[in-house]
Design a protein around this ligand. Sequence first.
Ligand SMILES: [Ca+2]
Ligand SMILES: [Ca+2]
Length: 384
Amino acid sequence: MNNYVKRIILTFLILTTTILLVACQNGNGENNNGNDKYNLEPAPGCLVPYLDGGWVCTWADEFKLDQVDPFKWNFEINDSGGGNNELQYYIKDNAIVKDGILTITGKHETFRTRQYTSSRITTHRKGDFRYGRIQIRAKNPVGRGTWPAIWMMPTRSIYGGWPRSGEIDIMEYVGYDPSKIHTTIHTAKFNHKLGTQIGKSMTMNSTNDFHVYELEWNPGELIWKVDGKQVFNIVYNAKLNDDVPYWEAHPFDQEFYLILNLAIGGDWGGAKGVDNKAFPTYFQIDYVRYYQRDFEKVDKKAPTKVEYIYKSRLANTIHWDKATDDYGVSHYKILVDGEEFGKANLQQFTFKNLDPGDYMIEIIAVDFTGKESEISPKFQYKQQ
Ligand SMILES: [Ca+2]
Ligand SMILES: [Ca+2]
C-alpha cells in the first residue's frame, strides 16, 4: 500500500470514529435528564435488590455494621432546636447500630446547655434522591415529649431557603398523641407558617412494632404508603396552581436527602410538656432502601401528546394538561415557532429572553427513555 492510500484510509478512520463519538454523546445527552440512570445495578448489601415493575435498589443501609456508616450518613451536632424550640442536644453517642438495627435514643441527661440528648443523621451529599421509591422500616418511641421524624430536605435549595425549595415529611409522630402518624409537605405556597401545609394524619399503632414507611415520588406526584398500602398522595395541578411559578406549589423536581431524628419537646412535640419518666426512649430503624426504575427495561411506549395549552394568570407564562405515559413523563420540550426554546419538568413554562410579539407554541412530552410524544396542537401566544 502506498503512503497516499494509507493516508486516505487513516483520514477515513479518524472521521468515522469522530462521527460515532459525537453521535454517542448526543444520544446520552438526550437520554440523561438530571440524575436519571439506566441499566441500574443494585447497591451492595441491599437485601431486596429488585421490586416488581423494574425497580432497582440503588442506595440502601440495612444497618449491618457496628456503627453508623460514615460513608452514608452525616451527624448534625447542635443544640439549635431545629427551628422549633426543641429541647435536645444532638450528639453522636445516641445513635447506635447493633444486630441490624439503628437505634436513636432520647435521654434525660444534662449535656452542656441542654437537659436532653438525642441524635439526628442525614444522607446529605451521600444519598441524594430525585424520583423513585424510598422505604424506611421503623418503630416509634414511646413517651410524651418525643417527636421522631423521617423526612427529606432539598440538597441544593435552588428555589431558596425553607420553605421555598420544599420539605417532604414521610413520617412524623408526637408522643403525646401516640395513636397517629403524620405525612406532610411544606412549600412556598403550602406551609405551616401560613397554615396552608398539605398532609394527612392517620390512626395507627406505630410503637408496638416496626412498620414500613414509603414515599413513591414521580414527576408532579408524591405517594405515601404504610406497609405497602397507599395512605396519601399529592398531584401537582398546573391549572389550580397557575397563580404561582410551579416550584412555589410543588418544588419537587430536584434532589432531596433523607433525615432521621428524634426531637425532644419543641413547638409540636412538646405542646403537652415532656414526661421525664419516659426516658430513655428509642426510635429504631431496621433499614432504608431507595429504588429507581430501570426505564430502559420496562418502558415501551411514547407519551401521549399534549392536547391543551393555556395562558396562565402569571405574566408571560403558559401551562398545559399533563401527558400520560406507561412509566411517566420526564419533561416537556417547548417549541417556539417550530424551534426548541426550553424545557419544563412540570406543566408550566415562563418565557424569558423572548422579544414582545406573537408566537406559535408547541409542546412535546418526553419519557425517561427519551421517547417523544407527537407534537401538540399549535397555541397562539403573545409575549408582553
Ligand atoms: Ca436491618
Ligand atoms: Ca414511556
